[in-house]
Design a protein around this ligand. Structure first.
Ligand code: CDV
Length: 321
């Protein structure tokens, strides 16, 4: 038996500050059509896919900042993505900046959604691990002001069920999916919280500069670290991981590409090789997760959460109940 979901990692090359959403969405639709031509059930786009990565600049004027956010989803520009998904019968993951009024307060999140083949939003996530800084730091070659422009996500890591239709044998292609965004992928909790919900495939969009201003000694390892975290997250939780970059030289900042599709074995089975718009495709058998989830990473049998708590309490790191 196999439950094969064909996935397209739809990497985007640089998006200039002057590029309109319509121009970016034209590129995304081209990738969506390519994905359909390659038999994909779902296509995964990067973090903040609709605009340039705006947290690299310090803006004083709130109107200038808010121009990067979506007030509705789908909205006037993004409706075409939903219409095309429905007409091609292909799902998608999309990262975008979200501006929403909640309980009378305007809130801003770094958000992703998963959309099914009928164009319905079936999952929503708001980024929890916001990297960077809150105040303008002119010593940096470029800013990373996510802590200024976004609130910490308030939806948690929630796995959700999705059905991508039937395969040629009439078997339902359904499974358990999860989402994360960029810096989340470096934290083991991201994968483990989803792993504890039996996740079988995690979608992750990202924007990662090669240069890390506070730690330039890490720059040469940026690809290694990108692969290390997603491969170990996949293996240690018996799940597929699809990591997709916004890549290349964007407004003078070099961003890694290195978009990859990782199997529950931890092996990379699909990868982009450029730093431009590119589609990498892999046929992912969700049933491959079973072998890892029922043996080496059988959480029920082998994890010792009570013991972890005792160790932490003895060290006085947290107060006992
Ligand atoms: N967009 C990101 O979250 N980027 C971070 C950088 C700043 C380190 C990342 O983890 O890739």
């Amino acid at each position: 038996m196999a439950r094969i979901i064909t996935v397209g990692a739809a990497q985007l090359g640089p998006i200039a500050l002057a590029d309109t959403r319509a121009q970016v969405i034209d590129r995304m639709l081209d990738l969506m059509h390519q994905a359909k031509g390659n038999g994909c059930d779902i296509v995964v786009f990067p973090e903040l896919a609709l605009t340039t990565f705006f947290p690299r600049w310090y803006f004083e004027n709130q109107q200038d900042i808010d121009a990067f956010y979506e007030r509705e989803m789908p909205g006037p520009d993004t409706q075409r993505l939903f219409d095309t998904a429905r007409s091609l019968a292909i799902g998608f993951y999309l990262g975008y900046a979200e501006l929403v009024e909640e309980l009378g307060v305007l809130r801003r999140f770094n958000t992703s959604i998963t959309v099914d083949k009928a164009g319905n939003i079936i999952g929503k996530y708001r980024k929890i691990h916001l990297p960077g800084h809150r105040e303008h730091e002119p010593w940096r070659r470029f800013q990373h002001l996510e802590k200024r422009y976004f609130e910490t996500g308030n939806l948690g890591f929630n796995a959700f069920r999705a059905n991508w239709g039937q395969d040629v044998h009439g078997q339902e292609k359904q499974g358990i999916f999860g989402m994360a965004i960029c810096n989340d992928r470096r934290w083991s909790e991201t994968y483990r919280i989803l792993g504890l919900q039996a996740v079988e495939m995690i979608f992750i969009g990202y924007n990662t500069p090669v240069h890390n201003p506070p730690a330039p000694e890490h720059d040469a390892l940026s690809h290694f670290h990108n692969e290390l975290v997603m491969q170990s997250g996949a293996y240690q939780n018996g799940t597929w991981v699809v990591g997709v970059a916004k890549a290349g030289n964007e407004e003078g900042v070099e961003q890694i590409g290195n978009s990859i599709i990782v199997a529950p074995s931890g092996e990379i089975v699909g990868a982009c090789t450029t730093t431009g718009d590119e589609l990498a495709v892999a046929r992912c058998d969700l049933d491959l997760c079973i072998s890892y989830k029922t043996t080496t990473f059988n959480f029920e049998r082998h994890r010792q959460p009570e013991h972890y708590r005792m160790i932490v309490e003895r060290r006085g790191a947290i107060a006992p109940d």
